[in-house]
Design a protein around this ligand. Structure first.
Ligand code: AMP
Length: 286
């Protein structure tokens, strides 16, 4: 059976309803497309968990801030069909912007799902103001449209994963969120659709992002707990071409910013090479 591509909300609802009537379970992998091995690992997990796997491919305009790369974000649906099918997906749901946000003139026309300020006034939420409102809103819509039993999200977007789990718990959305490991190139570079924008030289420089996180992990393991020292170590390890946007340490369980390293911690980084913004993170046990 070749993969089914559905563009309309009514149609995906009918397709899912038919599977439900046959007693089949459903998993969902929300993506913005330009699928790579990181996305494929989520799709493989989703395929293991449920009878029917849906991959959504939607470049969500309301999660991009003004001046970001919405217009030039890579759109590669033909290649995505092949990648999704090879990883075990049954259906791609690829709606248009008008299908998801009919007649939207501006963001403030919409009903929005907003995460708590304290959890977004850090990391990516702080540098991309409003980004997680856009993410939570589109993910809620996708959950309501597909009504999956399981939804798989990658640890690459660690703040997003935390906020989605909290949203599902706070709003009693009947879906099980499944964490999937961050997939890297052999070089250590975290796979990202935005890696496509990097030149060969930029890509070599980008490897220093994961190297700087590994250096922090080794330093913590050897007893260094001073955040200022760890920040200096990070900067010393970053290629000169790279601009650090943030390096932050948060409690893994609460996602509150911490001043003293203690317990399970997420160390997260965002950095830019020219116009390309990349993120990565590592877990520390201190
Ligand atoms: P995106 O298409 O970038 O919105 O990502 C869709 C999903 O794929 C999110 O749950 C991401 O966390 C996940 N993802 C993206 N890159 C990776 C990666 N390198 N490893 C694991 N998951 C990833």
């Amino acid at each position: 059976m070749s993969i089914l591509v559905v563009n309309k909300i009514d149609e995906i609802r009918n397709v899912i309803k038919n599977y439900r009537n046959q007693g089949k379970s459903v998993s969902l992998v929300p993506t913005m497309g330009c699928l790579h091995e990181g996305h494929k690992s989520l799709i493989k997990k989703a395929h293991e968990l449920a009878d029917i796997t849906v991959v959504s491919v939607f470049v969500n305009p309301i999660q991009f801030c003004p001046g970001e790369d919405y217009d030039k974000y890579p759109r590669t649906l033909d290649a995505d069909k092949i990648a999704a099918e090879s990883a075990g997906a049954d259906i791609i749901f690829a709606p248009s912007v008008n299908e998801m946000y009919p007649n939207m003139q501006k963001f403030s026309d919409l009903t929005i799902v907003t995460p708590p300020f304290e959890l977004t006034d850090i990391m990516c939420g702080k540098s991309r103001v409003g980004h997680f409102d856009g993410v939570e809103t589109v993910v809620t819509k996708l959950f309501n449209i597909v009504q999956p039993d399981y939804a798989c999200f990658g640890k690459k977007d660690i703040q997003q994963l935390f906020l989605i789990k909290k949203m599902v718990a706070d709003l009693n959305i009947p879906v099980q969120i499944v964490d999937c490991p961050l997939v890297r190139e052999d070089s250590g570079l975290a796979l990202s659709s935005r890696n496509k924008y990097l030149s060969e030289a930029d890509r070599i420089a980008a490897v220093s992002i994961s190297k700087s996180l590994s250096a922090i992990k080794s330093a913590c393991e050897s007893g260094i707990k001073d955040i200022k020292k760890l920040l200096d170590l990070c900067i010393a390890n970053l290629d000169k071409k790279i601009d650090l946007e943030y390096l932050e340490f948060v409690d893994k369980n609460t996602f509150k910013k911490i001043d003293v390293l203690n317990g399970p911690i997420i160390c997260a980084i965002a950095a830019r090479i020219g116009a390309v913004r990349l993120i990565d993170n590592i877990e520390l046990e201190v």
